[in-house]
Design a protein around this ligand. Structure first.
Ligand SMILES: Cc1cc2nc3c(=O)[nH]c(=O)nc-3n(C[C@H](O)[C@H](O)[C@H](O)COP(=O)(O)OP(=O)(O)OC[C@H]3O[C@@H](n4cnc5c(N)ncnc54)[C@H](O)[C@@H]3O)c2cc1C
Length: 491
């Protein structure tokens, strides 16, 4: 497995009851966590909190290395933001309602997939564009036959229209280096401000909101210009030619495999409420069967989103720097909608395509079930930013009505094949309350601070990773925390 420190690529794409309710470990019934813990040797226990890919990879690697580890997860399932829905659909169809794509550079994910015999299959690329009410094809755009109805765009491409307007800052990185004060100062500027300064018309800023919708689920006025520039100077940014993969049979197989390997060392339905720590170790206060229970360990790994961490009571509290970053770390909004249709009309001859880029509230609409047999199929949508926020305020049936109407504007025959659908708005999920982390204005040093150990407490999670906002980043952070613990604690 490649070590996190070898990675230099830029980022890719988160109640307390009264004290009297706290139950001591020795005092509770045989069906509680404490009965499990008293059966294992626990004087050198490491407690991992959060069973997303960050916490799972960390707990798995520590377990493999012979450490006494226990993973506490708030939900009744592993995987966190990796969430494959199966039950709502017919014919064994499934859809990724959380993390979906595995990039070619996602070595941490790919290494685990190889190890656990999970296949990553390529997804189909964008072939349709529906913007400002116009039906365009990607082929037409690439050949220059079709042009985007947005002022200031270049022909032959969809993504990366902003690059031309930020070229002088990309050159600045090349000339002065990424760590130069001139380049680092760009962190004070928003993406919107930079595009305006570079002469981009409003249309380009609007289009960037859509083309960048999956990389960052926020709006250009809230994103740091520094990261847009670095992404273009150091890496090839996402384009219509980017090849993306998905785990065949569902991404949830990866977290489930890790969880299965951990066996009874992962304990579900145990949300952390408070964390106390001192030089002797940590005390995690969790909810168990409606009661508060304390568990002690020598160390702890907090692998929950910063958006959740900010509501957990920490005693005596983390450093001022860390607390500030936990409170202010930016996240966007994201909603996915899966729609089951009786027939795959998007594959018909006259169709605009099967993976459509739009400026409608749905933003991206694509055939998800390409690797699953028909005749039925699932169209999946990815909505972010202000549109996700607006849709998120609506009831399920109203969200679905908008989704169906949008689809019928794109494919007129859609309504006759409609069967059912379901939405997932991550900002209303109690164990995330957000989408994924982003580089907000003035937040350039946040990641390092969020990742930094504080006493016996270690930190993981995509928000602490170089490859933030990704499954790969979550695993990268889990492996980094494992290495830090291995250096600090000997088995
Ligand atoms: C809609 C969407 C689309 C995405 N698309 C992609 C993509 O295409 N490709 C990609 O690589 N990545 C994608 N991502 C990002 C990716 O899902 C995340 O970066 C990654 O899964 C985060 O893993 P994590 O372990 O850091 O956090 P999480 O997966 O959020 O795990 C944290 C865990 O902590 C648990 N928890 C929370 N609070 C507590 C508590 N108090 N006590 C105990 N446990 C708690 C949660 O239940 C959760 O299981 C997407 C994310 C979303 C939401």
């Amino acid at each position: 497995m490649e070590s996190a420190s070898n990675q230099s690529r830029l980022t890719r794409r988160s109640f307390l009851k009264k004290a009297g309710a706290i139950t001591s470990v020795a005092a509770i019934s045989p069906f509680t966590i404490s009965s499990f813990l008293t059966r294992s040797s626990d004087d050198r226990r490491i407690i991992v909190i959060g069973g997303g890919l960050a916490g799972l990879s960390c707990a798995y690697e520590l377990d493999q290395a012979g450490y006494n580890v226990i993973l506490l997860e708030a939900r009744s399932r592993p995987g966190g933001r990796v969430r494959t829905y199966r039950d709502p659909f017919a014919d064994n169809l499934y859809a990724e309602m959380g993390a979906e794509y595995v990039d070619s550079t996602d070595t941490f994910v790919r290494d685990y997939c190889k190890k656990f015999n999970l296949k990553v299959l390529p997804a189909k690329q964008y072939d349709g564009v529906y913007v400002r009410g116009k039906h365009l094809t990607m082929k037409g755009l690439k050949s220059g036959m079709d042009s985007l109805p947005f002022e200031g765009t270049r022909s032959g491409q969809l993504f990366g229209q902003e690059v031309h307007y930020i070229q002088k800052w990309i050159d600045l990185v090349k000339e002065k280096g990424e760590n130069s004060p001139e380049v680092q100062a760009l962190d004070k500027m928003s993406v919107e401000e930079m595009l305006k300064k570079g002469g981009a018309p409003k249309d380009i800023i609007d289009l960037y909101t859509y083309t960048n919708a999956t990389e960052s689920t926020s709006v250009p006025s809230k994103m740091s210009a520094l990261y847009m520039v670095l992404a273009n100077a150091k890496t090839s940014a996402f384009s219509e030619n980017t090849v993306e993969g998905r785990i065949f049979g569902g991404n949830d197989q990866l977290p489930k495999t890790l969880a299965k390997k951990l066996g009874t060392k992962i304990i579900y339905n145990r949300p952390l409420k408070r964390l106390g720590f001192d030089k002797n170790g940590v005390t995690a206060t969790i909810t168990e069967n409606g009661k508060l229970t304390k568990i002690k360990g020598i160390n702890c790994v907090l692998a929950v989103p910063a958006s959740i961490l900010r509501n957990i009571k920490i005693n005596p509290g983390f450093s001022a720097e860390k607390t500030n970053c936990i409170q202010k770390q930016q996240y966007g909004h994201v909603m996915k909608i899966a729609m089951q249709y009786r027939q795959r009309f998007w594959d018909e001859k006259n169709s605009i395509g099967q993976r459509v880029f739009t400026d409608t509230p749905l933003r991206r609409i694509y055939h998800f079930s390409i690797d699953q047999p028909g005749p039925r199929g699932i169209l999946l949508t990815f909505t972010s930013g202000e549109d996700a926020k607006k849709l998120g305020r609506l009831r399920e049936e109203n969200r679905m009505e908008i989704a169906q109407n949008t689809c019928s504007n794109i494919w007129t025959e859609a309504p006759q094949y409609w069967e059912n659908g379901i939405t997932k708005y991550w900002n209303e999920d109690p164990w995330v309350k957000a989408s994924y982390s982003l580089a907000g204005i003035g937040q350039k040093g946040f990641r390092e601070i969020l990742a930094r150990r504080e006493g016996p407490v270690f930190f993981a999670g995509e928000h602490t990773a170089i490859h933030r906002a990704s499954m790969n980043g979550a695993i990268e952070s889990g492996l980094r925390a494992t290495e830090e613990l291995k250096r600090a604690v000997k088995v």
